[in-house]
Design a binder for this molecule. Structure first.
Ligand code: FES
Length: 74
């Protein structure tokens, strides 16, 4: 399911959508940041397009609600 936050996005490095969103909430601003902090997308790179989509969705929502950018809960 696309909206299941616990689903694995990166099978190579066992990174879930929830973990990607957590680093975005902590201040990551790009797919490169997500890759640096989680290692997602640094193996076969098959998941990079999905990471891009999660990042773009988060940044679009953050533009509407700036508080999303400063939520440090994990
Ligand atoms: S599935 Fe993410 S790097 Fe391979």
């Amino acid at each position: 399911m696309a909206n299941n936050p616990g689903r694995l996005v990166c099978l190579c490095n066992h990174v879930t959508a929830k973990e990607i969103v957590a680093v975005l909430h902590a201040g990551a601003l790009s797919t490169a940041d997500v890759q640096e902090f989680t290692s997602a997308g640094t193996g076969c790179t098959r998941c990079v397009r999905e990471i891009d989509a999660i990042v773009e969705n988060h940044l679009a929502n953050a533009a509407k609600d700036p508080q999303l950018r400063f939520d440090f809960e994990f």
